[in-house]
Design a protein. Sequence first.
Length: 763
Amino acid sequence: MAYEELFTDLLKAEREEDVTDALTIFGLEKFSDSNWLPYGGIENNYGVIGAQQADAIGALVEKVVNSIDAILMRECFARNLDPRSNLAPRSMREAAEQFLNVPDGNLAKWSAAQRTELAERNISIIVTGQKPSEGNPCVIVVDTGEGQRPEDFKDTLVSLLRSNKTSVPFVQGKFNMGSTGSLTYCSPNKNYQLIASRRNAVIPGVKTPKWGFTVVRKRPPLKNEKNERYEYLAPKGRVCELDLDEILVYPDDESTPYKRPTKYGTIVKLFEYDLPGSTRTMATVDFYRALSSKLWTVVVPMRIYEARNYKGHTLESTFSGMNIRLEDDKGDVLEEGFPCNFTLNIPKVGMVDGRICLFKKNAEISRWVSSREAIIYTLKGQSHGALPNDFFRRHSVNLPWIQKQLLINIDCSRLDQQLINRLFMTSRDRQRDVQEKDFLESALAEFLRKHPGLREWNERRHRETVEQQFAEESESIELFEKLVAQNPALAEILGIGLKIKVPRPGDQPTPKFDGQRFPTFLKLEDSHENGEFVKKCPQNSYCRVILLTDAENDYLVRAFEPGKLIIRPEALVKCMSLYNGRLELQLAPDNTYDVGHRIEVKVMLTSPNSPEGYFPVRFWLEIDPPVQPKKHPPSPPKPPKVSTLALPEIKEIKKDGWSDNIEITSDEDVVTIMANDDKSKTSLVNMDNRHYKRYVYANPKREQEIRNIYKISSTIMGLWLLEQVDKGELEESKRRAISNSLGRLLLPMVDSLGSKLAELEQA
């Protein structure tokens, strides 16, 4: 049977029913037909396929990663190299440099035009079909990689749990899940997916290859079956073959799909793909951004085409990874001093490298950071899990005022492979809840809490909020101050020895650091004699060594012309970070060293400004006796607590801002949340409280007066309840419930304050 017409109908189909109709016309649609084989040769395959990625973008990325692998494999085979031999590259970067002439395997060293040219020759993503108002689009991933022969489909493109690429060091795919995670997001009922492939003629020994194609679908359970299963089209046990020299799949200059040909490689079409809502719009905008969170670095760029008849937009773009995207735009979207880098050597985990990006408040944050993916773990540039931004609000981190603008990449590529397998699920989108995960998060929290740049920016943003709040809430603050000052009884209720003060902005941020693109020096901060510096370090603890330099904060992690920091012996390093000219090393010696033993430490920072190509620093680490646990004498009885109350910030919040700075329940009975830190208090007053809104509705002419009464009385109530907790007269767990209960009676009870406030306004 000739299948060219069937294939053309399938390739151009944009809805599930179109695929079903095409198969029906050729008599291939029946579920009980022998023309379909179980995917992977496994009858009960739903348990494997249905347990893959938890989101559609992550599942789609697996298709893209397979295409990158296929390009590198094509080049390896074209050179007649065994990809498993010692002559093959040992990493993806080495492969990109050796096979594709990408300098150091770093795409940032190429111009945008060079990256686009490489993408157009190798990997494309084409979005076709329906616009958001009509339904889900189709996504086509096309590569000109090694391709597969029709007879090899069962062992490659529709296989499961094979060891095809396990021993190939320069590819990403290892688990042979066939990127099946995307199937569950394809067309709503039958999860249709089209796969076509042809072995690339550049590979020695390949002569007049044929295209093969198949359709993957979900079949409902038949009699005596419990689960659905996935199967692929294979009439008479073989995938369909095509007598075609090329397939028209790429869009033309007018963005009309199926106009330009491809001759070799693989085509995968995902029908009616269930992309997240915001990414169903322009592929070159929102879809492009979503890919960034999953692919921090890539060694082969890809061309993205929007082919859904949009007008007046950029319908093509080149995707080269988040790191290059940040490099191109960092001056516009990142604060001064970012990105910056760090390295952590975590006991029982190993060495991880990190990159911190702090975005400007006026940046369109949603283009860069998702609240669910603020800390992204990557392996070989691909996301393997993430933490939400409420991690920064934890007490152990305490960075609530910048939590929405932070994006951190943790590169876990240096970890032991067995630990990687223990930490990360094979779906690459989440972590296992194991002990090492807790160690990693605890070390990260400690580092972030102490990072000088993050602490400074957190305080700066807090000051800005205070200043803005004083401007917006000046009337309420002035009335509150007068009310408490003129009412000693109220001061006594709220705290003994009460002192009212209006919080003002603190010290100004440190002067701007003028970093150099390439450093001109590296030296120890501490003075030392005769050129020799000895740092003493407890045998069972760690010590800090500060080196000074003028390198930019992102010198070690930037995409284009990064430097390198070499520390020997590397095993001593507990933590390393570079920020505003201070290169901080935390060194932790092994307990096996004897007291008095000296270890020579060498630090080298590469730079073209040095005649040797690097700036060296040498010092000695001397092992001191172990630090003994401190023995604290019995504490004397604590004197009666005396409170000094600073006038709190009074901030209005509504439903759409409930999670801005502190977690708050969506219960409409919430009156106020008192946010505490070491220096001040903030009263977050819920202006969507149903009892307040009802009271305003009943008294529309007094809206402003009631607004002030509500905010001030809510704050007083919140302070009083907080005081009761501090005195031990109220359990913290009950404070919010009592506040909510009192909220129902609050305005009727204190409306008499209205006349008093009116008098104060005249004072």
